[in-house]
Design a binder for this molecule. Structure first.
Ligand code: MLC
Ligand code: AMP
Length: 503
């Protein structure tokens, strides 16, 4: 019997009594007790009827329980489907329906709100909070703490992570055991993680960065994590002395730079700061180095591929670049029209191939064919170039995507709703430079002839539909949207014209 992901991440630690998670309460969870908790979850889910291949949707606040539910899914061959805690019921409806999840786990505080949704979709609802309370509590307390991991193959699915789609419909990226193992092992050795490492973990665990990159590297190395509910400057500085390393999105680093406690002496003991999920400004990189003496190590990845490139651990961590392709990742820069490789130094679309590349989009064979070539190269939708030394630069995006504080926002989804409102002729949602979030969405609206638009009312409509992080920070009424000769809306023109809006 083998279960490749379980065997790579969890099995080696089954009897380990050393700390895995240091919690904000001051307590810690050992590897052994974490895996016992995972075993209990697996037994409870199994009793509830979950079997190999089922999808389990989970929308709960970050805690050791969330992570143990993931480990339980791996053991059971159940496909883990984590969901951003900010999603509204309308947004959840789509993910659950599209994935065909058979059960949803949520916070007890959301049970009433989500009851109609699960009723309509005919699926089971269970609850658990970060405190451990919830409908699963009783069953957990009596469940056996051992569960025999089921047999799985390398190409079997471990998780589905939804990533927003250019047409407004999110796509479920199917992630296999092999995808996760290759990245976890590569990154651990590339970034020199060992069992002596203590990672300051303040990322959410419903995305690739916090769930896979950070957690898997620590599991492979056998190190431990200071596992905090969210990024917060006071708790960062409280726990920093115990940490050796940190991973974060660029907003973490720009926020750290605003704090007087970020000094060379407070960070002298740190081994490594890593950034990714969105572009790290050169300026942030340089300021951080000046203030702490540490060069941030920037890497580049995405939900569909896990990590693709990384700056070197030893050697120059070059600001403004995302380093080199990982050892088993092939990366080429191609012409967007022909798909042929362009010469070094020229900008083209980034394509990647390797064991890290996902298995396709759940139930969307056409979308999969559009983005995943027959020869295995995945068209990332990012634009980049390679310099003469092989460093990769991200030059922009060929996809209409806004990344705000590391969260993805697809403008189409918001534009669709705005366009449906009375009096709106058309709209464009554009990512404008924001000093804290990197980019923030701004909605530009054109009124129908004679109509008077009430931006407050329109904003209310948005607030009722979408997770908070997607809300445009401004709604601006303009006479017309700028278009090129083909009639295509030129968001670049709006981005440049309104570039100072948040400065
Ligand atoms: C929170 N808000 C955001 C936001 N996060 N708005 C826009 N963009 C965001 N990213 C909302 C809050 O709900 C709040 O609303 C208001 O903005 C201000 O909140 P805040 O207190 O300043 O925000 P905070 O809670 O501190 O969150 C900011 C953050 C968080 C940067 C810490 O967004 C975060 O942890 N981001 C990490 C995302 C991530 O892990 N991405 C990885 C994706 S994987 P109100 O109404 O209360 O004022 C991936 C692949 C790869 O991309 O390569 O890694
Ligand atoms: P997601 O779909 O949430 O996985 O986001 C993936 C996208 O984040 C990529 O396609 C890139 O556009 C962006 N991204 C990730 N890391 C970096 C980075 N280091 N620099 C620039 N963009 C990045």
């Amino acid at each position: 019997m083998s279960n490749p992901l379980y065997d790579a991440l969890f099995l080696p630690h089954a009897e380990l009594n050393s700390p895995f998670l240091y919690l904000s309460s001051g307590e810690y969870v050992t590897y052994k007790s974490f895996l016992q908790m995972a075993g209990r979850f697996a037994n409870v889910f199994s009793n509830l009827g979950l079997v190999i291949g089922d999808r389990l949707a989970v929308q709960i606040e970050k805690s050791e329980y969330g992570l143990a539910i993931y480990a339980a899914c791996v053991q059971m061959g159940v496909v883990y489907l984590p969901l951003n805690t900010a999603y509204m019921p309308q947004e959840l409806h789509y993910f659950i329906e599209n994935s065909g999840a058979s059960m949803l786990i949520c916070e007890t505080s959301k049970e009433e709100l989500l009851q109609p949704l699960v009723g309509e979709l005919g699926i089971r609802l269970a609850t658990i909070d970060a405190s451990g309370n919830g409908s699963l509590l009783e069953a957990l307390s009596t469940a056996p703490d051992q569960f025999q991991p089921v047999n799985r193959g390398l190409n079997d699915l471990a998780a589905i992570l939804y990533t927003s789609g250019t047409t407004g419909r999110s796509k479920g990226a199917m992630i296999s055991h092999q995808n996760l193992i290759s990245n976890a092992q590569n990154l651990t050795s590339l970034w020199r993680f060992t069992k002596s490492d203590v990672l300051l973990h303040t990322l959410p665990i419903f995305h690739t960065h916090g769930l896979f990159v950070a957690t898997h590297v620590m599991l492979v190395s056998g190190g431990s994590m200071i596992f905090l509910p969210k990024f917060d400057l006071d708790s960062i500085f409280k726990h920093l002395p115990q940490a050796t390393s940190m991973m974060g999105v660029p907003t973490f680093y720009t926020r750290l730079l605003t704090d007087d406690r970020l000094t060379k002496s407070n960070t002298r003991h740190m081994r490594l700061f890593i950034s990714g999920s969105a572009p790290l400004l050169d300026e942030t990189h340089r300021m951080f180095a000046k203030q702490t003496g540490h060069m941030i190590l920037e890497r580049y990845g995405m939900t569909e591929t896990n990590m693709n490139t990384s700056n070197p651990y030893e050697g120059e961590r070059r600001p403004g670049t995302v380093g080199f392709p990982l050892p088993d990742v092939e990366l080429k820069i191609t012409d967007t029209a022909t798909g042929d490789s362009v010469p070094d130094g020229e900008i083209g679309q980034i394509e990647v191939r390797g064991p890290n590349v996902f298995q396709g989009y759940w139930d969307m064979p056409e979308k999969t064919r559009e983005e995943l070539r027959q020869d295995g190269f995945f068209i990332t939708g990012d634009l980049g170039r390679k310099d003469e030394e092989g460093y990769i630069y991200i030059a922009g995006r060929n996809k209409d995507l806004i990344i705000s504080g590391g969260y993805n926002i697809y403008p189409k989804e918001i534009e669709k709703l705005l366009d449906e409102q009375a009096g709106v002729a058309e709209s464009a949602v554009v990512g404008i430079f924001h000093p804290d979030f990197g980019e923030s969405p701004v909605g530009f609206l054109v009124a129908k002839p004679g109509a008077i638009l009430d931006t407050k009312e329109l904003n209310n409509v948005i607030v009722n539909h979408f997770a908070r992080f997607k809300h445009p920070q401004r709604l601006l009424i303009i006479k017309e949207l700028p278009r090129n000769s083909m009639g295509k809306v030129q968001k670049k023109v709006l981005r440049e014209k309104y570039g100072d809006l948040f400065k």
